[in-house]
Design a protein around this ligand. Structure first.
Ligand SMILES: Nc1nc2c(ncn2[C@@H]2O[C@H](COP(=O)(O)OP(=O)(O)OP(=O)(O)O)[C@@H](O)[C@H]2O)c(=O)[nH]1
Ligand SMILES: [Mg+2]
Length: 226
């Protein structure tokens, strides 16, 4: 099982408060970590280097989607067989990583998506729950795929899936884009329960619920301007 090279790609924007402990934890579960510093103005990069992560830097802030694209491309160059997308803000749990990897290794799954709604331990705020349920419906409309969660940044991609899913949406719309591309390339997928923990830190830093409108617009625009 351990012959597979597993690389975690961690997008980070001004995460100096959480990054060291996240990296120390993730290191226990993967072979390598690629941290993409998305134009942070704080010590995110320095702290990540201290923890031994391979740090790639965007000179300006480009968004989580662009960071994942940068990191995923490099992970493939480094010979990753499985790529884990993991957030830098401490909301994801390392115990969930083996659950994401298993369906790829055991059943040859292409993509494994984390679902916070399949885990009773997630403490998702009510407004975020409503927005995410709308996101689930939106993803269904654009892809025909009905999931239990939307916009969950914790996922695992096989090498094949990572090569096919070239993320073009720089900001938060990449989550829906990934679902759309799973359908487009007819990739196999599975959802597994993962716990997303909303702390006061992540709530203050995290996304505004109004971003949902921006995501819908960005994806519609991508279709119109194609
Ligand atoms: N906000 C933000 N995060 C970024 C950016 N680039 C990379 N990230 C990283 O992307 C990850 C997710 O960002 P969040 O803003 O927490 O998004 P989220 O977890 O989907 O949303 P919440 O449910 O509100 O926490 C974190 O590890 C961020 O550090 C960026 O431009 N803006
Ligand atoms: Mg977050």
């Amino acid at each position: 099982m351990k012959n597979y090279k597993i690389i975690a790609v961690i997008p980070a924007y001004n995460e100096e408060k959480s990054i060291s402990s996240v990296l120390r934890d993730v290191k226990k579960q993967v072979d390598e970590i690629i941290l993409v510093d998305d134009g942070s103005g704080d010590k995110t990069s320095e702290m990540a280097e201290k923890e031994g992560a391979c740090v790639l830097k965007h000179l300006i802030n480009r968004g989580q989607g662009a960071s994942l694209r940068t990191g995923t491309e490099y992970a493939l160059k480094r010979g990753a067989e499985i790529i884990i997308h993991f957030d830098a803000d401490g909301q994801h749990q390392i115990e969930d990583i083996p659950k994401l990897i298993k369906p790829i290794l055991k059943d040859g799954m292409d993509v494994v998506l984390g679902s916070r709604f399949l885990s009773p331990k997630s403490n998702t705020p009510w407004l975020r729950k409503i927005v995410l349920k709308m996101g689930i419906f939106f993803n269904y409309l654009i892809s025909g795929i009905k999931l239990n969660d939307a916009h969950n940044g914790l996922r695992a991609l096989s090498k094949k899936a990572a090569k096919l899913i070239d993320i073009r949406q720089d900001r938060m719309s990449h989550n829906s884009e990934i679902v759309q591309k799973i359908a487009q390339y007819n990739l196999s997928y599975q959802e597994v329960p993962v716990t997303i923990f909303y702390s006061s830190y992540s709530r203050n830093k995290g996304q505004s619920s109004l971003n949902a409108f921006k995501i819908v617009w960005e994806l519609l625009w991508a279709r119109i301007s194609r």
